[in-house]
Write a protein that binds this ligand. Structure first.
Ligand SMILES: NC(=O)c1ccc[n+]([C@@H]2O[C@H](COP(=O)([O-])OP(=O)(O)OC[C@H]3O[C@@H](n4cnc5c(N)ncnc54)[C@H](OP(=O)(O)O)[C@@H]3O)[C@@H](O)[C@H]2O)c1
Length: 314
């Protein structure tokens, strides 16, 4: 297959390149156009008319979470909706058959306390990231009749937190803390979270492109098992050959500590405690049914162990 990937030099794009370059012909679109092994050519967004004919477009380019909190909300809409419109208009008039848009589970819900997140949930995103992704999804949905009439395919994938080599974000922070032997003080919270291994999302997207007869629509993508943060801490400790140091301090004490944390500028605030201990469980049943598989290629534990090993190899 000939595949055009936008945002090809980002975290997900670099991993897809690595995985697909042997079996597919890859082209990119990105802000920067470095020479990358396995990519025939990367174009700028102003050079769309120069891109050769492709079979599929995977639209990854977008603005994700801003850990430094420096972005304007409008930037998310300009980038996540604006670029989607631009590349999708190109797709409609091109020869490409399949369009895969990378949305996020955050387009559906910011938190999933007590429920397993499925595709039929009424979206209630919170914050400009999720809100801009749902706006882009809505735009694409309005185009479905045109997609059908042109005999093309449109898939919206909503992955949960993707991890793999070159990962940046909270998993790296946790890894740095645990590998230094710092105890984890939130052991009394037994939350469960879904993750998405890069191997699993790469497999799913490749199947959406190469397989015939998969229905257009939204698909949540995650590993088969949800893990607790305590299990994650144990996996990180195991990956650096240390015993996990999990302290089960009383929840009441940690809640009080977090409540004053913001005012005293401590590392643990109410919001951070909530993020670290919340449940976020996603269902991948719909995509497995569509692909006719019982299990994702790698389990949550296998995938995370691979990612953690890549941190050491860096
Ligand atoms: N990683 C996850 O856990 C996760 C989970 C769910 C959904 N997603 C979605 O998956 C997609 C890929 O994620 P990722 O982790 O690979 O993100 P990433 O590493 O930040 O890569 C994003 C790509 O988009 C490009 N980009 C950013 N702003 C742009 C702009 N204004 N104009 C043109 N290109 C721009 C980036 O270019 P520069 O590098 O030059 O800025 C980069 O190539 C995103 O749409 C994200 O929302 C990711």
């Amino acid at each position: 297959m000939k595949i055009l990937i936008t945002g090809i030099n980002g975290f997900v794009g670099s991993n897809f390149t690595e995985k697909w370059r042997e079996s597919h012909t890859l082209y990119g679109i990105d802000i920067r156009q470095p020479k990358v092994k396995g990519v025939v050519q990367t174009y700028s967004w102003d050079e769309l008319q120069d891109v050769p004919k492709v079979d599929a477009i995977v639209h990854l380019a977008g603005k994700a979470h801003d850990t430094k909190n420096e972005s304007l909300a409008q930037d998310y809409f300009d980038i996540n909706v604006g670029l989607t419109k631009k590349i999708f208009e190109y797709f409609l008039q091109s020869d490409a058959k399949t369009f895969v848009f990378f949305s996020s589970v955050k387009a559906a819900k910011d938190s999933t306390e007590g429920v397993v997140l499925k595709e039929d949930v009424v979206p209630e995103p919170i914050g400009p990231y999720g809100e801009s992704k749902i706006k882009a999804e809505e735009y694409l949905f309005r185009k479905l009749p045109e997609v059908d009439s042109l005999n093309k395919k449109l898939f919206i994938v909503r992955p949960c937190m993707i991890h793999g080599p070159g990962n940046k974000g909270n998993l790296n922070l946790l890894y740095n803390v645990v590998s230094k032997g710092v105890p984890w003080p939130l052991g009394s919270y037994e939350n469960r979270r879904s993750f998405c291994s890069i191997d699993n999302i790469a497999y799913v997207v490749e199947q959406l492109i190469v397989k015939e007869n998969i229905e257009n629509g939204i698909y949540h993508v995650c590993d088969d098992e949800a893990l607790s943060t305590n299990e994650l801490i144990a996996l990180i400790a195991q990956s650096v050959n240390k015993s996990p140091r999990i302290w089960k301090l009383p929840k009441g004490l940690m809640n009080t500590f977090a409540a004053v944390g913001g005012a005293l500028r401590l590392p643990l605030t109410k919001e951070r405690l909530q993020k670290l201990t919340e449940n976020y469980v996603v269902s991948n049943e719909k995509i497995k049914k569509a692909l006719n598989i019982d299990h994702m290629p790698v389990s949550a534990e296998e995938g995370l162990t691979k990612t953690l090993k890549s941190f050491q190899d860096k």
